[in-house]
Design a binder for this molecule. Structure first.
Ligand code: RET
Length: 314
């Protein structure tokens, strides 16, 4: 027997689908779990090199990969799935799909996405300095997209595609907010936020388009084996989360949160704003590089001139 006993140990929990992942799928899910865990630790490590006021994007991004790590642990263990009657039984398929009256549907993936996709959008839209109402409605559309995908995947009849269609409508709204609204706001903020937003935004748009296709081939159409489903979603998730996170956080090394309209007020460390040192004492903790709110810059419609950096728009 192979070293990975997870599927055997958890066999039967949540029901026994006719078709689900094998040990190969399980091994791969655990591999992605490790990638997500290491990324979370690395992002938290990067956070610690910054003053507290400059850690928002590190914390958001580390939370995204941490939640994903837990979801991947669940799936590697063969848990977080339930049998769903397939609409298309692929008799005689070359991929070993014959058996499938029911297919294991990993609903835990959607719990992960429900938490993490809004955080990814928050990362992007805060970087672009988009107004809060626009961020809120984009996140709402995103949640609709995820829930329609979840409900559709649980429906055995052809009506599942109705849910997919509603999800696509919501998705196109999200795409519009990123490709047009976000891009315009990022450009107005200056070259550093624009560059970071464009790089991470393009990655996001390209990678996110793979998800509805994967849904069509896996939860929807039962075309791909659950092991192939694991690989397809696993690769896209690594691109959408850790790779996205590295690019975003590298970009933020050249962006001052105050320029995004984000507060850097810190009563515990109210020394010279902008002084960043490695010391733990309270004064002078905020690097000169980040001389906050003293340059007359108008960030996100809020003039930070001379104020001790207390602008708060989120
Ligand atoms: C579903 C099906 C319904 C239609 C659409 C979908 C799109 C899902 C997306 C998911 C993104 C997930 C990410 C996860 C990160 O790890 C729900 C599959 C459009 C875009 C980025």
């Amino acid at each position: 027997m192979s070293g990975n006993q997870a599927l055997a140990t958890n066999y039967g929990i949540g029901g026994v689908p006719d078709l689900t992942i094998t040990n190969h799928g399980s091994d791969w899910y655990f591999t992605v779990c490790a990638i997500m865990t290491v990324s979370s630790l690395a992002f938290m490590g990067m956070a610690m090199t910054q003053p507290r006021t400059h850690r928002l994007f590190h914390y958001i991004t580390a939370s995204i990969t941490f939640v994903a790590a837990i979801a991947y642990f669940t799936m590697g263990s063969g848990l977080g799935q339930t049998p769903v009657q397939v609409e298309f039984q692929r008799i005689g398929s070359s991929q070993g799909l014959d058996a499938a009256g029911t297919r294991g549907f990993f609903y835990v993936r959607y719990i992960d996405w429900f938490v993490t996709t809004p955080l990814l959008l928050l990362d992007l839209l805060l970087t672009a300095g988009v107004p809060v109402p626009s961020i809120a409605v984009t996140i709402l559309a995103d949640e609709i997209m995820i829930v329609t995908g979840l409900v559709g995947a649980l429906v055995p009849s052809s009506y599942k595609w109705g849910f997919w269609l509603f999800g696509m409508l919501a998705f196109f709204f999200v795409v519009y907010q990123l490709a047009f609204v976000g891009r315009s706001y990022a450009r107005a903020l200056g070259p550093a936020p624009a560059k970071t937003f464009n790089m991470c935004g393009v990655l996001t748009l390209v990678v996110w388009f793979i998800y509805p296709i994967a849904w069509g081939l896996c939860e929807g159409g039962n075309v791909l084996h659950p092991d192939s489903e694991a690989i397809m979603y696993g690769i896209t998730d690594v691109l959408a989360k850790p790779v996205f996170g590295i690019l975003l956080l590298m970009g933020h090394r050249n962006i001052n949160p105050v320029d995004l309209g984000l507060s850097t007020h810190d009563p515990l460390n109210s020394g010279v704003q902008g002084e960043k040192t490695t010391g733990r004492r309270s004064n002078g903790f905020f690097g000169k590089k980040h001389a906050a709110g003293t340059d007359g810059h108008v960030a996100n419609g809020v003039n930070t001139t001379g104020a001790p950096a207390t602008t708060t728009t989120v």
